[in-house]
Design a protein around this ligand. Structure first.
Ligand code: C2E
Ligand code: MG
Ligand code: MG
Length: 653
């Protein structure tokens, strides 16, 4: 049996069949039946298997198809979503790049993790430098208004914030401003993940705002504080002074010759002068002081913490020096100068308004005292600016209605003792204030723009009076008229003088003009021309107040002048003051060498007369011989001096 496969050998053995056994028909039949059944079973199994396979294949194909459909659907979905996302991102990108905004993110430690959008505000502030750092670690940033501490506290409490303004330096040295808003970001599990937000460049807006603020507080022309911030400064000074118990001073500064500059050179030059005066002030004051411009050519300085008024005086003198330096106007050196009035807190006033008013009153007194000086407030006897306005209006009326007067002060020859001429001096008989002297109204006339009318009035009135006297005498005497600097520089002067002479019918040799040294020296070249024109009219001119200016007699050499009047400040202390004596002696000698006559002003004593006569001074004028007299008293005075016995007075001792 070993030659059959095991399975067949076992079946054959069950049927009793072996290799050796001859076939038994029944056994054979049984064998065949079994074989048949085995085939049938197999066929059935294989059928079932086929069917199962077919069904499985069909189902799997269905599944595939469905999967395919679902995948397609998914793809479409994804494509759509992606497109939407891309569109929204593009929108975001174009918003942030077209607008002035940028978008930023920070991690939980407030360090920048991204900055995108319009980052043009960060020139050189490269974004890379921001990344990984907090705002307060970036040296270019100034803290926000509330300070870094408070800002960090807000971030640490995970609060949103809106429009916090950050200022930071940009490489060109400028400043940029950003308004930044941010909100906290939380992870899905609720843990804090950082901040994100936007930033907006507000530099232009900020600068415009600052500019508006500055304009409201500062004078555009000079950059100094303006009137309203001056009042604030004084209020601060008052508060500080109450704390520290230190006095402070308000200095009211008015330029002396600003109107002349404006008239002669025009407003643009006038503006330059104001600017340069403002700069000088700014330079001359100390860090704790402040300066403001409160009107055309009016400045104020608040000078803090003075222990003694003398120190304020020193300070004022320093300011005057600075303002008195020459300015270059179209290549010419001119001195503008200033007068300063000082009011002290708390002695002179306890509020800004009062202090300013009193400093103004003091300033006016400084002007009266001869300009380029300073004065402390000393009681309410000088007019305030409102009173001056009223006064100016009534002065105008007085000129127009011929209410002014001229008094005439005789000049006496030291050689013969006779009256050689008179000087016409303005007087204003004021209805309430009495007879006002020029010092009380000439500065006012200059400030109010009335000086030319005033001068013209004096010139015409003096010519009329001189003509009258000339008709009464066989030996007529000249009348001197003072010219203000403004009148002297006016182009119409020569025509006006000639007109006044013609109208009055006065021979030109009977008119003399007195021009101050400083008026001549303001524009020496033009002065020389003007004097030559006046001389060709036949009018003689003299230098008034000689010695008070900066010029030397040598510089006067080129001017066609008839005489020099030595200022009365040199005469008053003669003969005791050695300096004044030396100066007076030298001036007389030098004037003579230039063929100029010398007149001494303000001669009050016999000793002065003697001193001057010994030095060959030609003429004197002063209370010693006569005060300025009303016109009606002049002929009698002259008559008396013509008497040799009287004329000798002042010579004998
Ligand atoms: P000034 O031209 O130097 O006039 C001389 C001043 O000295 C006058 O003052 C006169 O009164 C005063 N005086 C005369 N003798 C003595 C004396 O012995 N002792 C003292 N202490 N003073 C004496 P006044 O009249 O007050 O005039 C002051 C200034 O006003 C004049 O100075 C002159 O610059 C100016 N002024 C007067 N009238 C006119 C005018 O019509 N036009 C212009 N532009 N200025 C004038
Ligand atoms: Mg004079
Ligand atoms: Mg004089």
């Amino acid at each position: 049996m070993s030659s059959f496969p095991d399975l067949l050998a076992r079946q054959l053995a069950r049927l009793g069949l072996t290799d050796a056994t001859p076939p038994d028909a029944a056994a054979w039949q049984r064998l065949l039946a079994r074989v048949r059944r085995a085939y049938a079973d197999h066929a059935e199994e294989s059928y079932l298997l086929d069917r199962a396979q077919a069904i499985a294949a069909r189902e799997s194909a269905d599944l595939d198809a469905q999967l395919e459909r679902e995948r397609d659907l998914m793809d479409t979905h994804v494509r759509e979503r992606t497109a939407e996302l891309a569109a929204s991102e593009a929108r975001f990108r174009s918003f942030t790049s077209l607008g002035s905004d940028w978008y930023w993110e920070q991690d939980a430690g407030f360090r920048f993790t991204s900055i995108a959008g319009n980052t043009a505000l960060y020139p050189g502030h490269t974004i890379a430098a921001h990344l990984g750092r907090t705002r307060w670690e970036l040296p270019e940033y100034d803290p926000p208004a509330e300070g870094w501490e408070a800002h960090r506290r807000l971030l640490e409490s995970h609060q949103p914030f809106h429009d916090v303004v950050f200022r930071f330096r940009v490489p060109n040295g400028g400043r940029a401003y950003a308004a930044v808003s941010g909100e906290p970001v939380f992870a899905p599990d609720g843990t804090f993940a950082g901040y994100r937000g936007i930033g907006r460049d507000i530099t232009e807006q900020k600068l415009a705002e600052d500019n508006i603020r500055r304009l409201a507080r500062f004078d555009t022309l000079t950059g100094l504080a303006n009137r309203s911030s001056f009042f604030e400064q004084v209020d601060h000074a008052i508060a500080r002074s109450r704390r520290t118990n230190h006095a402070f001073a308000v200095l009211f500064i008015d330029l002396d010759r600003f109107k002349d500059v404006n008239d002669a050179f025009g407003h643009a030059t006038g503006d330059d002068v104001l600017r340069s005066m403002a700069q000088r002030l700014q330079k001359a004051i100390r860090a704790r002081d402040s300066a403001a411009r409160i009107g055309g050519d009016e400045f104020v300085v608040v000078a803090e913490e003075f222990e003694r008024p003398e120190l304020v005086a020193e300070f004022a003198a320093r300011l005057l020096d600075a303002l008195g330096e020459p300015v270059l106007l179209r290549g010419q050196e001119c001195r503008v100068g200033a007068s300063i009035g000082i009011a002290l807190y708390p002695a002179d006033g306890e509020d800004a308004q009062t202090l300013l008013k009193r400093a103004d009153v003091a300033m006016y007194r400084a002007k009266e005292a001869g300009r380029n000086g300073f004065a402390f407030y000393a009681g309410n006897d000088a007019p305030s600016s409102e009173e001056r306005m009223v006064l100016a209006a009534s002065l105008r009326r007085a000129i127009d209605t011929d209410q002014l007067l001229l008094h005439y002060q005789p000049k006496v020859s030291l050689r013969t003792g006779v009256m050689t001429g008179v000087e016409a001096l303005l007087r204003w008989p004021h209805p309430e204030r009495g007879l006002l002297l020029p010092a009380a109204f000439i500065p006012l006339a200059e400030d109010a723009g009335l000086i030319r009318r005033l001068g013209r009035w004096a010139l015409r009135a003096a010519c009329r009076q001189a003509r009258e006297w000339s008709l009464q005498s066989s030996d007529p005497f000249p009348v001197s008229v003072n010219l203000s600097a403004r009148q002297f520089t006016d182009d119409r002067l020569v025509a006006e003088v000639s007109d006044a002479l013609t109208t009055a019918g006065l021979p030109s040799r009977l008119l003399e003009l007195e021009i101050t040294e400083s008026a001549m020296m303001e524009h020496p070249d033009r002065a020389a021309e003007k004097l030559a024109e006046l001389r060709s009219l036949g009018v003689r001119c003299s230098v008034d107040d000689f010695g008070t200016g900066f010029s030397s007699l040598a510089r006067l050499k080129k001017f066609p002048l008839a005489s020099v009047k030595i200022d009365r400040s040199f005469i008053g202390d003669l003969p005791d003051d050695a300096d004044d004596a030396a100066i007076t002696t030298a001036v007389i000698a030098m004037a003579h060498s230039l063929r100029l006559a010398v007149v001494a002003e303000g001669v009050e004593t016999a000793a002065q007369v003697r001193f001057l006569r010994e030095r060959n001074c030609d003429e004197v004028q002063g209370y010693f011989f006569a005060k300025p007299l009303p016109a009606g008293e002049v002929p009698a005075f002259r008559q008396r001096r013509a008497n040799p016995a009287v004329a000798a007075v002042g010579y004998a001792d």
